[in-house]
Ligand binder design. Structure first.
Ligand code: A3D
Length: 314
């Protein structure tokens, strides 16, 4: 069989999408198609990224388009299309605008890349995953949301800054829905193998948890226009790479739960094994009483978003 490079399509060539395309191409994960309703943005950014190859030395092809036919047969499709958060605009406000965008993108993805693993990034994340799953009707293994890696990388960053250590040696887990109700799990945070709870007082840990929880807002306020994109894009690339290279990494992702953690029919952030088939496994861990309460509250918030979709007829 002739060798075929992996193909990744990124829908939406805005801040997150274009950064994803750059990172995917420069890591040599595969050939990248960048699609946007704004053809000039997709083509211009794709060409610009391609021209970094001579300097960054990669062989990936990068194509910009507004035509889904060019995305046909993608192994992974990343959906970043939609409106970003703006100051004063909550994730929930985006529900209506972005549900229509994600549904229309997923109809095209289903038509052109029926075997793809689809990674949703558009906010409000957990609700957009729900819309995507409904439109795609793919098995749950092939519909995932990116949030937990970003949320936990924020927490890891703040822990590393606080302790003055390398972030490489800080492991952390954030579960639950993406947003204010996310559930950072200090009990599962380790610094060079030492539990965080032995290194910092509970009040300091709580302050870092709170900063991670508001990590997106902090950046929205600083930027004044748009929202974070470097760390979100890097988080997407980690998911895509684990799938495309069958790395079987254990990463916190939004996955459709089918009874795990006592939840069914909702996308919630949980530790997942990502490999060649997409979601290989949900890792069900024991939650203590406080974690259970926080997780259940977060799941309730995801359910409320899904209920809003129904109420709005989305
Ligand atoms: P932005 O830079 O505005 O890019 C969005 C792009 O989508 C624009 O180029 C639009 O032209 C394009 N677009 C709009 N509608 C369509 C459509 N129907 N088909 C194709 N393209 C379309 O936004 P951004 O890149 O900063 O953010 C993109 C999305 O990701 C937003 O919903 C953000 O809220 C979300 N986001 C999520 C996270 C998570 O952690 C989950 C992090 C960062 C951003």
């Amino acid at each position: 069989m002739p060798f075929r490079r992996k193909k990744i399509s990124v829908i939406g060539s805005g801040q997150v999408g274009a950064t994803c395309a750059l990172m995917l191409a420069s890591r040599g994960v595969g050939d990248v198609v960048l699609l946007d309703i704004n053809l000039g943005s997709a083509k211009g950014k794709a060409l610009d990224i391609l021209q970094t190859a001579a300097v960054q030395l990669f062989d990936s092809q990068v194509q910009g388009t507004a035509d889904y036919a060019d995305t046909a047969g993608s192994d992974v499709v990343v959906v970043t299309a939609g409106s970003p958060r703006r100051p004063g605009l909550t994730r929930d406000d985006l529900l209506s605008i972005n549900a229509h965008v994600v549904a229309s993108c997923c109809r095209e993805i289903k038509k052109h890349s029926p075997q793809a693993v689809v990674i949703i990034v558009t906010n409000p994340l957990d609700a957009m995953c729900f819309v995507a799953k409904r439109e795609l009707d793919f098995p749950r293994e092939r519909v995932l949301g990116m949030a937990g890696i970003l949320d936990s990388s924020r927490f890891r960053t703040f822990v590393a800054l606080e302790l003055g250590v390398s972030v490489r040696d800080v492991q952390a887990l954030v579960m639950g829905g993406h947003g204010d109700s996310m559930v950072p799990m200090p009990r599962h945070c380790f610094v060079g193998g030492v539990p965080l709870t032995e290194l910092l007082e509970p009040a300091r840990i709580e302050a870092l948890v709170e900063r991670a929880r508001r990590g997106g807002d902090e950046i929205v306020k600083l930027l004044e226009t748009g929202s974070a994109f470097y760390a979100p894009a890097a988080s997407v690339v980690q998911m895509a790479e684990s799938i495309l290279r069958d790395q079987r990494r254990v990463l916190p992702c939004a996955a459709l739960l089918e009874g795990e953690f006592g939840v069914s029919g909702l996308f919630v952030g949980v530790p997942c094994v990502l490999g060649g088939r997409g979601l290989e496994k949900v890792c069900e861990i024991k939650l203590d009483a406080a974690e259970r309460t926080a997780f259940d509250y977060s799941v309730g918030r995801v359910q409320a978003l899904v209920d809003d979709l129904a109420r709005l007829g989305l």
